[in-house]
Design a binder for this molecule. Structure first.
Ligand code: PLP
Length: 399
């Protein structure tokens, strides 16, 4: 008998499964609005010019391929801290921020979860309802019980803020609260700055542990404004966890570039926290890969490349906004009476479109337009070539 004879087939990842179905679809007008990837006007994942320049310079240097330190490239970690907290952050100056390069945002969440499990093994973890589907799985696999706090209100296409606050107020001290710092995935619906301030106050008063996930910095309103929530928590003198991802903002999905940052109370505490975090990393994958981190560090640390990157990031942000506006407009002119203007108010790559699963099925079956069953569409996959097809198909299934 094989060791594996009782191993059950795991369920397919719903979004990757959608991808496979899309690839097998032979209709030339098919459109994939399922995956969370930014594609440009040509429907391609861009290779940013700033990244290309940094890569060229790096290849020319023909550097040896030694191991990185366990916490990654020092210049990278320092650059991440400044992106999150601003160049003039007193916390950075005081040496109170710990940052470790990680394998994308996912890797950052995983090492953060493993570290938290050592610090506070009995804590519960609360994620938003709904949330990025991997949040629950990641924290559960680290051994935590995961609950969900109310977030999205389908009636208003906004946040059910009172219910969210109510849930936070009901949690025991030490509960880890996972928050999307900007561009909420999957809904596209963010909190206002005033609401964030209230969340900070509750988190502080109830002694909850904030874990901010920032996977779309620069895709909402801009690099600094998208970090506003992180900075509010930092200003409140809380011990904050932040997982950063550069998969989207540098279009470096496959290079696995992210970071975990933790704000501590003192420099001494930071040294101790980093030493434990390094143990977590060492027993997971020893140390991070070089290429993506080196490229991001070079771009962020070279003024001309940084300017180029900010411009390219701005172009991606503006293009997504234009697609939001374009979709709303086209739906209206196709005779759709339902008000879709909420799509313009959403931030980041996604939109909870309000389409139900039957309508999503019809989009796929009748038109080859692939969206997630919840009605989540990736607005960043729209372009001027496919937006008309998408809008008329959506109008059709809404009739
Ligand atoms: N967190 C959120 C909210 C995300 O949407 C994603 C990616 O889709 C991640 C984390 C993971 O990012 P990465 O691909 O860098 O692991």
């Amino acid at each position: 008998m094989s060791l594996f004879s009782a191993v059950e087939l795991a369920p397919r990842d719903p979004i990757l499964g959608l991808n496979e179905a899309f690839n097998a679809d032979t209709r030339p007008t098919k459109v994939n609005l399922g995956v969370g990837v930014y594609t440009n006007e040509e429907g391609k994942i861009p290779l940013l010019r700033a990244v290309r320049e940094a890569e060229k310079a790096r290849v020319d240097q023909a550097l040896p391929r030694g191991y990185l330190p366990i916490e990654g490239i020092a210049a990278y970690d320092a650059a991440v801290q400044k992106l999150l907290l601003g160049d003039a952050s007193p916390l950075i100056a005081a040496g109170r921020v710990v940052t470790a390069q990680a394998l994308g945002g996912t890797g950052a969440l995983k090492i953060g979860a493993d570290f938290l499990k050592r610090v506070n093994p009995n804590a519960k973890v609360a994620i938003s309802d709904p949330s990025w589907e991997n949040h629950r799985a990641l924290f559960e696999s680290a051994g935590f019980e995961v609950v969900a706090y109310p977030y999205y209100d389908a009636q208003t296409h906004g946040v059910n803020f009172d219910a969210m606050l109510g849930a936070l107020n009901s949690y025991a001290a030490g509960t880890v609260i996972v928050l999307h710092a900007c561009c909420h995935n999957p809904t596209g619906v963010d909190l206002s700055e005033a609401q964030w301030q209230q969340i900070v106050e509750v988190v502080k008063a109830r002694q909850l542990v904030p874990f901010l996930d920032i996977a779309y910095q620069g895709f909402g309103d801009g690099i600094d404004s998208d970090a506003a929530a992180v900075r509010l928590f930092a200003a409140a003198e809380l011990n904050v966890f932040v997982s950063s991802s550069f998969s989207k903002s540098f279009s470096l999905y496959g290079e696995r570039v992210g970071a975990l940052s933790i704000i501590t109370d003192s420099k001494d505490e930071a040294v101790r926290v980093l030493s434990q975090l390094k143990r977590v990393i060492r027993t997971n994958y020893s140390n991070p890969p070089t290429h993506g981190g080196a490229i991001v560090a070079t771009v962020l640390g070279t003024p001309a490349l940084r300017t180029m990157w900010e411009q390219e990031l701005g172009e991606m942000r503006d293009r997504i906004r234009a697609m939001r506006g374009g979709l709303v407009e086209r739906l209206k002119s196709a005779g759709v009476t339902r008000d879709f203007s909420f799509v313009n108010a959403q931030r980041g790559m996604f939109s909870y479109s309000g389409l139900n699963s039957a309508q999503v099925d019809r989009l796929r079956e009748e038109f080859g337009i692939y969206a997630v069953g919840t009605g989540r569409i990736c607005v960043a996959a729209l372009n001027t070539r496919n937006i008309d097809v998408v809008a008329s198909a959506v109008a059709h299934v809404l009739k």
